[in-house]
Design a protein around this ligand. Structure first.
Ligand SMILES: *[C@@H]1O[C@H](CO)[C@@H](O)[C@H](O)[C@H]1NC(C)=O
Ligand SMILES: *[C@@H]1O[C@H](CO)[C@@H](O)[C@H](O)[C@H]1NC(C)=O
Ligand SMILES: *[C@@H]1O[C@H](CO)[C@@H](O)[C@H](O)[C@H]1NC(C)=O
Ligand SMILES: *[C@@H]1O[C@H](CO)[C@@H](O)[C@H](O)[C@H]1NC(C)=O
Ligand SMILES: *[C@@H]1O[C@H](CO)[C@@H](O)[C@H](O)[C@H]1NC(C)=O
Ligand SMILES: *[C@@H]1O[C@H](CO)[C@@H](O)[C@H](O)[C@H]1NC(C)=O
Ligand SMILES: *[C@@H]1O[C@H](CO)[C@@H](O)[C@H](O)[C@H]1NC(C)=O
Length: 667
């Protein structure tokens, strides 16, 4: 009896386990009627899921066929992810009864096989989102999936091999809002292909092979990405109707001219970087070949473009030689303008461009700037690096009351001695100006003056600014006066003076309580003023490649509380003159990068012999011992001297005595 009871329990237990087993081994993890079965080597859609499952993610498996069973059994299914499988077969009509299905992801499969077999997927009654990217589909194949997709809103056909967009391609999906055709080989779009989609707002045609856009008339479109094609020209229809286009990306194409945009437009963002434009407006002298010989009469851009809503214009990386100042006439909203990497020799605007906040003119051939007063009053960032700027009006930057960031690296500007600039200007306003002043540019915080062949940094040069970052590096032969940085004491956080060949630096850095970064590398300094106790928050001090022998008087250990990095390689340091340093190394609070390259001179035998040793190997005792040794040698020498003096003295006395005695004797 007992035994059979036990047997019974065992059977129940065993039976329990065995009925439980398929679920335990089911490849899917269920969470709130959502099944997750990614990357588990499935060969078919799992048949044993809950009938009310609302989402199945079976991506990354080995499914080849999508068949009626079990899929149609899951009538509540809303989201189906079968991406990254091997699917080449979908049972025609399979989705027709799946009235809840909203979202199908079939990316990265082999759906071209299905189209090759001339199978058609059939009705997609409620599907809103369909991803068919990466399926090696070519022209005419996408239709096999979307020919009856009345509810489709979002369609991705990215990374396929489509060459041709036919007029009928999207006829079965009139509700499309977004179409992604990124990275195909589209060369041709038949007229009318997109026109029928009244709600189409976003069209991504980037990375294709389009060479020109004529008669652009998709008024419903808001976002159009045409980047990375081979487009040489872009022409809108000559319609007076309003276009909804807000965002147009034509970057990385072969545009020769500024695009001819719709007259009535809301364009806010226009990206034309990386093209080959030489002119932004038609110039009858230089532009004779503008109109095609026997082509239709397209509107040309002999008049400035009308872009009243434009916020951002990127024209960088072209070959623009000049920009007529009326080009900006309509751009009253412009906030960002990038003209970097062109061939501009001068830049001027008489237009106020009052909202322009960022202007990038870097990497051109600018010699001067012709900014009329009252222009660019809102400018915050001005990028002028890598030009030939030399002749700037001395007060040019004072006219920019909101300027925060000014990059003048790699130019040839000269700085005005205090007040001389404005005086010169007053005397003769027409002579070319030779210096520029930063005094009283009230909001200026970042100033880069590296590599300008500056010879001196005049007194009070930055007075009335709020500089936090100042880069005056790579101006070989620069002289810095004691009062050069006056006015920056309570704002300066970052100062770069490397590569100037400085031999003296008379700036008392104790007066700069917020300075966190100081780069003095690649100079010829042998002395620094002392930091006073608790004055500063310096975190990085770069002294590498200088002529420091002893840094004892600079009181660097007073910075220990905040200092994180101290760079010292490449100085003829004396080992025993910098005992503070060995102490700092042993405490290991401050990191000394490349410590094993920091060498010092160890003087032996009263300095008659010098030995180069690793700073980290120097122990204070060695110097004490060497001191002691030197001391004993000194004492020995002193004794020797005294002794020899005594000997000499005694000798002399003896001689004298003998002399006396001799005389006596004679007498
Ligand atoms: C998948 O479909 C193809 C074509 O209908 C068929 O030949 C093949 O046997 C099917 N494979 C499976 C595993 O059902
Ligand atoms: C177009 O598609 C590419 C690739 O998916 C993407 O990087 C780009 O941001 C898309 N463009 C727009 C405007 O969304
Ligand atoms: C313009 O497009 C390029 C890529 O083609 C991108 O790097 C750049 O940031 C864009 N410009 C703006 C202002 O967004
Ligand atoms: C540009 O178009 C205007 C009128 O639309 C015409 O007068 C002018 O000659 C054209 N310029 C060029 C260079 O084709
Ligand atoms: C302007 O464009 C250049 C080149 O495309 C880019 O390197 C630079 O970062 C852009 N400037 C700004 C301020 O975005
Ligand atoms: C100091 O400037 C030199 C030269 O540009 C640079 O190599 C070094 O990294 C800078 N030091 C620090 C700490 O940034
Ligand atoms: C050290 O600085 C000098 C300028 O003072 C520079 O010419 C040289 O290249 C620098 N050497 C190293 C190793 O950085």
């Amino acid at each position: 009896m007992k035994f059979s009871l036990l047997l019974f329990f065992w059977a129940v237990l065993n039976g329990g386990i065995s009925t439980y087993r398929p679920i335990a081994l089911a490849p899917c993890e269920m969470r709130n009627l959502e099944a997750f079965c990614q990357n588990v080597d499935l060969h078919q859609v799992p048949p044993e899921l809950h009938p009310d499952v609302s989402k199945i993610d079976a991506s990354g498996n080995k499914i080849r066929n999508v068949t009626e069973r079990p899929l149609t059994f899951y009538a509540s299914l809303r989201h189906l992810d079968l991406s990254s499988n091997l699917i080449g077969f979908v049972k025609p009509g399979i989705f027709a009864e799946m009235k809840n299905l909203l979202d199908i992801n079939l990316a990265n499969n082999q759906l071209y096989l299905l189209a090759q077999e001339d199978l058609w997927v059939g009705l997609l009654p409620q599907v809103r989102r369909l991803d068919l990217s990466r399926n090696s589909l070519y022209s005419g194949m996408a239709e096999h999936f979307i020919h009856q997709a009345p509810s489709l809103r979002y369609l991705s056909l990215a990374e396929n091999s489509i060459i041709h967009i036919s007029q009928s391609m999207f006829q079965g999906s009139p509700e499309l809002v977004e179409v992604n055709l990124h990275n195909n080989m589209i060369m041709e779009i038949e007229e009318g292909a997109f026109e029928s989609m009244m709600h189409l707002t976003k069209l991504n045609l980037s990375m294709n092979s389009l060479t020109c856009i004529v008669e652009f008339n998709l008024r419903q479109l808001e976002v159009l990405d045409l980047s990375r094609n081979s487009i040489e020209s872009f022409h809108s229809t000559q319609s007076v109707e309003d276009f909804n286009l807000i965002w147009l990306d034509l970057s990385e194409n072969k545009l020769l001219r500024f695009p001819v945009l719709p007259q009535g437009n809301k364009l806010a963002y226009l990206n034309l970087t990386n093209n080959i434009m030489q002119f932004v407006m038609v110039d009858s002298h230089s532009d004779v070949n503008y109109q095609w010989e026997d082509g239709p009469q397209y509107p040309n851009n002999s008049r400035p473009p009308y872009l009243p809503a434009l916020l951002s214009l990127d024209l960088s990386y072209n070959e623009i030689q000049s920009i007529p100042s009326q080009f900006f006439d309509s751009m009253l909203s412009l906030q960002f303008l990038n003209l970097s990497k062109n061939c501009l020799q001068t830049f001027g605007t008489s237009n106020e461009l009052a909202l322009l906040s960022v202007l990038d003119l870097s990497c051109n051939s600018l010699k001067n700037l012709k900014l009329e007063s009252n222009t660019l009053r809102g400018l915050r960032e001005f990028h002028l690096q890598d030009n030939h700027l030399q002749e700037l009006r001395p007060d040019i930057f004072q006219g920019l009351p909101y300027l925060q960031w000014l990059d003048l690296r790699n130019n040839k500007v000269h700085l005005c001695d205090s007040h001389s600039g404005s005086r010169r200007q007053r005397l003769s306003p027409n002579v070319p100006h030779s210096c520029v002043s930063f005094v009283r540019v009230p909001k200026l915080q970042y100033l880069y003056l590296s590599a300008n062949r500056l010879k001196n940094l005049p007194m009070y040069n930055f007075f009335g600014t709020k500089l936090r970052v100042l880069d005056v590096s790579m101006n070989w032969g620069l002289q810095i006066e004691a009062k050069s940085l006056v006015g920056l004491e309570f704002s300066l956080e970052y100062l770069d003076l490397h590569g100037n060949g400085l031999t003296t630096l008379n700036v008392d850095f104790s007066l700069f309580p917020h300075l966190r970064y100081l780069n003095l590398s690649d100079n010829q300094l042998s002395w620094l003023p002392a930091w006073s106790e608790d004055c500063c928050v310096l975190e990085v001090l770069d002294l590498h490649n200088n002529s420091f022998n002893s840094l004892k008087n600079s009181q660097i250990p007073t910075l220990e509380k905040n200092l994180r990095n101290l760079y010292l390689v490449g100085n003829p340091l004396s080992c025993c003159g910098n005992i503070w340093l060995s102490q700092m190394i042993h405490k290991a609070v401050v990191e000394i990068p490349d410590l094993d390259l920091v060498k010092c001179q160890f003087a032996r035998s009263l300095g008659f012999e010098e030995e180069e040793v690793h700073m980290s190997h120097v122990r204070p005792e060695d110097c004490e011992r060497e001191d002691l040794k030197n001391m004993s040698v000194l004492i020995f020498l002193a004794i020797l001297l005294v002794l020899s003096l005594i000997v000499i003295g005694v000798g002399l006395v003896c001689c004298y005595r003998r002399h006396l005695f001799g005389r006596h004797y004679k007498v």
